[in-house]
Design a protein around this ligand. Structure first.
Ligand code: NAD
Length: 373
């Protein structure tokens, strides 16, 4: 069995998660983490020490020398398209971070390029791997909730995300692009129906007051082809003292039952005198206070007998899912034989919804109808 060679483009915050996932894939004997491309030489140096792969600041040079079977992309949103198309045109499979692209045309171009070159194009919609969402999806699919009629989903980050995590590109993002796409894809996947119309409004003021020119929060109503309707609130201005870096959940109501998944408070809470540390997203508490609700389902680091790190969680699984798909394809499998995965079409639909959300905000909350592809 041949083992796929994999490379990562963009190695800072979420790219670090890609490197952990693919280094674990390699350590488990499934393939090779061959290279990282980034423009920041400090990131390249730090990640080379931690993971030991080759590093490049030039994508084309990496592709020429390493010839990877699959590339994962964790650069700022607006840079996904060109990097993906460069890889796809060389016949390389691609996992792209969400949002797939910030334009509908860009998503369509990426899908065409994947189709023309016989490549897999997968999007890292990791919420589909959260075990509680998997359980909810299965209950809906088994008919336990009956036909889904309506629901509500919320995803709200602490203010450190726009303030400290994304200094280079925060003003070209907002809660709809950074968080909304996750939720829109999750609900589409749960309901198994496309969104036909959207209305939205936005709140501003808090981030503007600290010099960041973007929305604090976005409120959305989604209307589905199936007749279901969902309300969605996304925000990224929660106070530093919020217990978790992200407060999130989803409620689904059907004709025969309902279910709520609270993905912030999974039943474990704590309060420490010093910084929380360890759990992802809790390291950067700036106020020294330490109430916390860990989300170890997303990311958990253990050590093995030889003191190597072992990475687990649905954030890791979502990225490794692509690596396993590439392995299947490089060993003679076909794309249409792959199981369910978040595809380019799913990425396109999430971007169409997010674009319509912005159109609606600009039109004072008007109902915006989505084009069908
Ligand atoms: N799946 C998730 O839950 C999740 C979570 C956080 C972020 N994201 C997504 O991941 C992507 C990256 O976000 P982030 O928070 O890691 O951003 P970041 O700003 O922390 O890191 C981006 C990295 O890309 C590098 N980069 C920029 N241009 C490049 C280029 N042309 N070639 C190579 N490298 C380049 C930067 O130097 C930086 O190291 C975004 O699309 C974001 O929306 C996804």
């Amino acid at each position: 069995m041949s083992q796929p060679k994999l490379a990562v483009v963009g190695g800072r915050t979420w790219g670090h998660m890609h490197l952990r996932a693919l280094s674990q894939f390699a350590r488990d004997g499934h393939g090779e983490l061959a290279a990282l491309v980034d423009l920041d030489t400090d990131i390249l140096e730090q990640r080379a020490v931690e993971f030991g792969m080759a590093t490049y600041s030039d994508l084309e040079a990496m592709l020429d020398e390493v010839q990877p079977d699959g590339v994962t992309i964790a650069t700022p949103d607006h840079l996904h398209r060109d990097i993906a198309v460069t890889c796809l045109e060389r016949g390389i499979h691609v996992l792209v971070e969400k949002p797939m692209d910030v334009t509908v045309d860009g998503c369509r171009q990426m899908i065409r390029s994947a189709d023309d070159n016989g490549c897999l194009l997968q999007v890292d919609f990791m919420k589909r791997k959260d075990p509680y969402h998997v359980d909810l999806e299965q209950r809906i699919r088994n008919g336990q909730l009956g036909d889904v009629q309506y629901g509500y989903s919320w995803m709200e980050d602490r203010i450190e995300v726009p303030r400290d995590w994304l200094p280079a590109w925060v003003s070209s993002s907002d809660p709809a692009w950074f968080l909304g796409v996750h939720v829109f894809d999750l609900i589409r996947w749960l309901v198994r129906s496309d969104v036909t119309a959207v209305s939205a409004s936005a709140s501003t003021g808090k981030l503007v007051s600290i010099g960041i020119d973007t929305y604090d929060a976005v409120q959305v109503k989604l209307v589905f082809d199936s007749g279901a309707s969902f309300a969605v609130d996304v925000a990224w201005h929660l106070p530093d003292a919020n217990e978790a870096v992200v407060n999130q959940g989803v409620k689904v109501v059907g004709k025969e039952g309902w279910m709520i998944v609270d993905s912030q408070d999974r039943g474990a809470r704590g309060c420490l005198s010093g910084p929380v540390g360890a759990a992802v997203g809790t390291e950067s508490r700036s106020d020294g206070a330490s109430m916390f609700t860990p989300n170890l389902g997303l990311f958990l680091q253990r050590t093995d007998l030889w003191n190597n790190p072992v990475y687990a969680g649905y954030g890791i699984e979502s990225i490794q899912d692509f690596a396993f798909n590439v392995s299947f394809l490089t060993n003679g499998g076909a794309i249409d034989e792959l199981g369910s995965y978040p595809s380019g079409r799913d990425g396109l639909e999430a971007t169409k919804i997010t674009t319509a959300v912005h159109d609606s905000i600009e039109q004072g909350g008007a109902l915006v109808h989505l084009e069908r592809d």
